[in-house]
Structures are given as structure tokens and as C-alpha cells.
Design a protein around this ligand. Structure first.
Ligand SMILES: Cc1cc2nc3c(=O)[nH]c(=O)nc-3n(C[C@H](O)[C@H](O)[C@H](O)COP(=O)(O)OP(=O)(O)OC[C@H]3O[C@@H](n4cnc5c(N)ncnc54)[C@H](O)[C@@H]3O)c2cc1C
Length: 598
């Protein structure tokens, strides 16, 4: 069964070019090289690889799974060839520093490409995501010698990187990490067990570079005693080529609900002489370093959420055009189910969310680029604050919605969605991990409310809400009934967000239990509103294009953009009323749940 995928290049182009993101990227250091032609070529070529190579092996990989055979992990048929094509096309190196062989493309562009890999094949796409996080962590914290040795190979894709945090007793709470590191002359010996390690072992590349959290014997307790180590599967010899086999092995693979093509490994370190590990940076600062990797990976997991929704939407829409059942309102019988109002509601919901998520994510990535490449420090700091706020929102909101919306994709198919034959169920199953890994969404919501709002005294979020008010003021000047509706609904949602923010700031610190209890509502309210703001910006651009006459435009495309923005305003933004209520019920609100009730 082959489920087609076509990259939504026109939608990506709309966000990048029409919403002005590319123009802003061009103002950044090195941005003059990022021409519209270059972006077009990158998107087109990536779209072909995603459509022709990665998408066709998605469904079969889900059925076949990765397998452990005599200590060797075999990925599903076609994965190794696909990985080779991906590496040979230079795709692994897109966003990384040119000094180590990267192409130095901005994250804003690299993320549009990333969406394609994840839509085409989420299980395959995890390997580059983990590698990307490992590269980021080494770029930021590795010694120059470590960077020279590992980065060029991890950037080219000859070697892949992994992230080894989790242990049976240390999941969300990494202060419990027990893996030990013993000092030797120029290295450490690592002993312990890690679980759930994605692509911890595989047959795609000649070497695997594990980034491992472990504790030195005399380290302080808790998070302040954790260090970060590079533990290569094969120790590089003096030429840098993979040499002696290190004492690290995959001892079993997890059976799981989805992303079956990707191996989720239990890893044993140091069963014999101890695995050789090399310290990154200084001892006891490992968790801080790992956060570089986790922040990058959190945004990437948000992209996976969007990608899953886009894929599920395309499939549901195509099915709804073919499947005939029942009488349409206009009397057609039997009608394609896409004629039925409830199917149209579901498809439009999926589409509207995916457009809002894409615009929000790419805007967050623009901030990521701005934080790194803007010539002026004040802008870099502003952008850094914004990335800090948007990271838990992108991760938490986009992945929570991915589960709901891929489920909607199943619903569009009726019974054919529930049985495995169509592949619709796979998107739903694959998405279910997204709110769990890379910091569960409960942890993301706590981060948003606890650190990004209350600890910050509301500065960064206040700055963002001020911008939302300015956007609404701008909408005041626009004519037309559609724009009036969009303005009204967005203004209501922003008021709700403003209210909830004020309430949490005022009462959250003295009542943290209740504030954290409200955090999931707040995160969703935030995502919903931030997505709505991007849709309003899209509506303004679409309206201007349609009103502008002059240049040759695809009117149908821009009319569709306006229709989706209107749908979002009328059907999705009003949900904000139900989300503010549990947070700001009045002076006595924010009630913690009593033990007796559970
Ligand atoms: C398929 C898969 C792939 C993975 N890949 C990797 C990988 O490559 N590398 C790696 O290191 N790990 C990986 N993980 C591990 C993953 O990151 C953890 O499962 C995740 O961080 C949650 O930890 P846990 O499973 O121990 O759940 P727990 O921490 O036990 O959480 C259970 C529940 O309690 C909640 N909870 C826990 N603490 C708090 C808190 N302080 N406040 C509020 N709620 C809380 C959680 O939100 C969750 O709902 C993977 C997991 C899976 C399933």
C-alpha cells in the first residue's frame, strides 16, 4: 500500500515569501545569499526526495519494524538506500556551520525542508532530528579537537548522533541519572543502562556517536552532578576512521504503538571493560549542555506534529474525494463524502490548524535565526526571549493537536481509517509519541507557566502580547466583513490570553500547585491565539494580493488562504473562551485538586 505525499510547497512559499519571513532572513548576517531562487530550488528538490524516496517506504516500514538480529539492528527494507540518497543529496548538512562542512542555511529554510522529511516518514526522520540535536550540542560545547573529529562526519551524515538521557528511574526527572563515569588519563569509563534510545543502534551509517549523561563517582547529588560524554560506537583511530569497537551495545528493542520503523533501543554501557567516553566541556555541567540539544529537539518535535497533521490531511482529503456514500445536499447520489458538511468541517479544521502551526513554527525559527545572526545585540536578545517563550508552545501545542487531528483523519475515513490497510491509522499511532518524548507536554506547560511566565515576571510574554494588540490595531484599519470577523475573534482570544496571563502572574507564585494545574490550558490558549495571529497576518497578505490587481496572481490560492483564516477565526479562536475559564474564574480561582477527589 503506497500512500502518496506531496510537499505543500505553495503553502511554504506563502509563509516564507508572502508573510515576509524570507525578507527578514535576508537582513541577517549571511542572509544576502538566501535568494528566492535558492529557496525555491531547495524546496523543489527536497519535495522530490520526500515524495519519491521517503514516503513510499513509510507504510511498509511500519509493518516490518526495525529488528534486532544477533546484536545488530536492521532497519526496514529501503531505509538504508533512502538514507544514502538523503546523505548524497547533501540534505543532512543543510543548517550547520560551514566551518565543519555544513551549508549554513538559516533554520527558517531548513525547517520547511525538515517538515517534508517528517511528513514523508516520521520514523525515518527521527534519525536526522537526533543527529541535528547532537551536532548543535557539540557545536556549542565541544572542544575544538572534538568538533574537528566528530562534526564533519555527523554533518555529512557518514555518522549519526544520539541522545542518551533516559534510564528506568530517570525519565522526566534527570536528577536521578545513575550511569557512572570513572576518570582515566585522557578519557572516562562509562557503565550503566539507558532505555528508549532512538536509533541507538542501526545499519544506516558506519558509526554512531552517543551523547550520554552520566555521573562521576565524587559528583554532587542531583542535577548539579551530571556530566555529558561522547561515547562513539567505534572509537575513531588516529586517522579519524572508525576503529576499535567500544563497550556499548543495544540489548533489546522496544515494541511500541507507532514509529515502528525507528529502533527504540535499550543500551548497555560497560558490560565488560567499561565504555570509553570523552567529556564534553566541564564535569557536572552536562545537563546545562544537554539543554542546547533539547531546545533544538523540542522545536523539531513540534515540526513533527505539524508534519503528521499535513500528511494525515492530504490522505483524508484524497480519500474523501473518492469515497461515495449518501446523498449530498444538492441531491447528488451517491455523493463523494467530501460533499458532506461534517467531512468538510473536519478537513478544514485539519487544514486550518496545519497552516497556523506552519506559520507559527517558521516564525519561531526566524527568531532562532535572528537570535544568532542579527547584526544588533538588542534584536538578538529580543529574538532569544521570543524563542524561549515559543519553544514550549511549539512543542506542546503542535504535538497535542497532532494527536487530535490525526485522529480526525481516521474519522474522515470511517471504518477504513481504523483498519490498518489505508495507512490513516499509522499517522495517528505515530503521532502519539510526540506529546511524550523530548519533555512530556506536562513538562512543557510547566516550563511555559513556571519559567517563561512567572519566573520572568511576565516580561517576555508581556512583550509578545503587546505585539498582538498592535496587530489587532492594524486590523482595525482594514475594510471588509471578513477582516472585521477575523479582527473581532482575534481580539477576544488575545483578551483571554491577556487575562489568563495576568491571573497566573498575580496568583501563580503563591499557589504553584494550582498554577501548574492550569498550565495545560494556558499552553493551549497560547498556541491557539498565537496561531490565530499568524492566520490574521496571512489574511491581510491574501486580501492585499486579491485587492492589488496588477501582478499576475493565482486568485484561487489567495481566496483559499482567506477562507482558511476566516474558518480559523470563526471555528477555532472561540475555543479560547473555554480555556481561559479554568484559569481565571474570578478572585477565588486557581484551585488545586484535593487528594480525596482522586
Ligand atoms: C519511542 C520513544 C523514543 C524515545 N527516545 C529517546 C531518546 O532518543 N533518548 C532519550 O534519552 N530518551 C528517549 N525517550 C524517553 C522520553 O524522553 C521519556 O519517555 C520522557 O521524557 C518521559 O519520561 P518517562 O517515560 O520516564 O515518564 P515519567 O517521567 O515517569 O512521566 C509520567 C507522567 O508524569 C508526568 N510528570 C513527570 N514529572 C512531572 C512533573 N515534574 N510535573 C508534571 N508532570 C510530571 C509526565 O508528564 C507524564 O505524564 C523516548 C521515549 C519513547 C517512548
Amino acid at each position: 500500500m503506497m500512500v502518496p505525499y506531496n510537499a505543500p510547497i505553495a503553502d511554504m512559499r506563502f509563509v516564507l515569501k508572502d508573510l515576509g519571513l524570507l525578507g527578514q532572513v535576508q537582513q541577517l548576517h549571511g542572509g544576502e545569499e538566501i535568494t528566492p531562487d535558492l529557496v525555491e530550488a531547495v524546496l523543489e528538490e527536497a519535495g522530490k526526495l520526500a515524495r519519491d524516496v521517503l514516503a513510499p517506504i513509510n507504510h511498509a516500514g511500519d509493518r516490518q519494524h526495525s529488528r534486532l538480529e544477533n546484536g545488530v539492528v536492521r532497519t526496514p527494507d529501503g531505509y538504508a538506500e533512502a538514507y544514502r540518497a538523503y546523505v548524497e543529496g547533501g540534505w543532512n548538512s543543510v543548517p550547520f556551520e560551514a566551518d565543519y562542512g555544513g551549508q549554513d542555511l538559516p533554520w527558517t529554510i531548513a525547517t520547511a525542508v525538515q517538515e517534508m522529511w517528517q511528513s514523508a516518514n516520521l520514523a525515518f526522520g527521527l534519525c536526522p532530528i537526533l543527529n541535528q540535536g547532537a551536532v548543535e550540542a557539540l557545536q556549542a560545547h565541544g572542544s575544538e579537537a572534538q568538533k574537528q573529529l566528530y562534526l564533519p562526519r555527523m554533518i555529512s551524515g557518514e555518522w549519526t548522533g544520539t541522545m542518551n538521557l533516559t534510564e528506568p528511574q530517570a525519565g522526566s526527572d534527570l536528577s536521578q541519572v545513575k550511569t557512572r563515569a570513572e576518570r582515566r588519563e585522557d578519557h572516562y569509563r562509562i557503565r550503566g543502562q539507558k532505555i528508549y534510545i532512538t536509533y541507538g543502534e542501526h545499519d544506516l551509517a558506519e558509526n554512531i556517536v552517543h551523547l550520554v549523561l552520566a555521573r562521576c563517582d565524587d559528583a554532587p547529588e542531583g542535577v548539579k552532578g551530571i556530566s555529558l560524554f561522547i561515547v562513539p560506537k567505534f572509537l575513531p583511530d588516529e586517522t579519524g576512521a572508525p576503529g576499535q569497537r567500544n563497550d556499548v551495545r543495544c540489548v533489546s528493542l522496544e515494541r511500541k504503538l507507532g514509529i515502528n520503523g525507528s529502533p527504540t533501543c535499550v543500551m548497555a554501557y560497560g558490560d565488560d571493560e567499561g565504555a570509553v567516553g570523552y567529556l564534553v566541556g566541564e564535569e557536572n555541567r552536562g545537563l546545562e549542555y544537554m539543554f542546547t540539544m533539547m531546545n533544538n529537539a523540542r522545536l523539531a518535535v513540534g515540526v513533527q506534529g505539524l508534519a503528521a497533521v499535513e500528511r494525515a490531511y492530504q490522505q483524508a482529503r484524497d480519500y474523501a474525494r473518492e469515497r461515495r456514500q449518501g446523498r449530498a445536499i444538492d441531491g447528488t447520489y451517491p455523493a463523494a463524502i467530501i460533499r458532506h458538511a461534517d467531512i468538510r468541517r473536519m478537513l478544514m479544521t485539519m487544514r486550518a490548524y496545519s497552516e497556523a502551526m506552519r506559520a507559527l513554527i517558521l516564525d519561531a525559527m526566524l527568531m532562532q535565526d535572528t537570535a544568532r545572526r542579527h547584526p544588533e545585540e538588542s534584536y538578538r536578545l529580543y529574538a532569544k526571549r521570543r524563542v524561549g517563550v515559543l519553544t514550549p508552545v511549539v512543542k506542546g501545542w503542535c504535538t497535542d493537536m497532532a494527536v487530535e487531528l490525526t485522529s480526525m483523519g481516521v474519522q474522515v475515513h470511517g471504518g477504513m481509517g481504523y483498519i490498518e490497510e489505508t495507512g490513516a491509522a499509522q499517522h495517528f499511532r505515530d503521532s502519539r509519541i510526540l506529546p511524550i518524548y523530548e519533555g512530556t507536554n506536562g513538562i512543557q506547560a510547566n516550563d511555559l507557566v513556571g519559567r517563561k511566565l512567572i519566573r520572568d515576571g511576565g516580561e517576555a510574554i508581556g512583550e509578545y502580547i503587546d505585539e498582538l494588540h498592535a496587530l489587532i490595531n492594524g486590523l482595525n484599519e482594514r475594510g471588509g466583513e471578513d477582516m472585521a470577523i477575523i479582527r473581532r475573534q482575534l481580539a477576544l482570544a488575545v483578551d483571554h490570553l491577556d487575562n489568563a496571563t495576568g491571573h497566573l502572574l498575580e496568583h501563580g507564585a503563591e499557589n504553584p500547585d494550582a498554577a501548574h494545574g492550569a498550565a495545560a490550558y494556558y499552553m493551549r490558549l497560547f498556541g491557539l491565539t498565537a496561531g490565530g495571529a499568524m492566520m490574521a497576518r496571512a489574511a491581510i497578505v491574501a486580501q492585499d494580493k486579491l485587492d492589488g490587481g496588477g501582478e499576475e496572481i493565482d486568485r484561487g490560492f489567495y481566496e483559499a488562504k482567506l477562507a482558511t483564516a476566516l474558518f480559523y477565526a470563526e471555528n477555532i479562536l472561540p475555543l479560547s473562551a473555554g480555556l481561559v475559564t479554568p484559569i481565571a474564574r474570578g478572585p477565588a480561582s486557581l484551585r488545586a485538586i484535593p487528594d480525596e477527589a482522586l
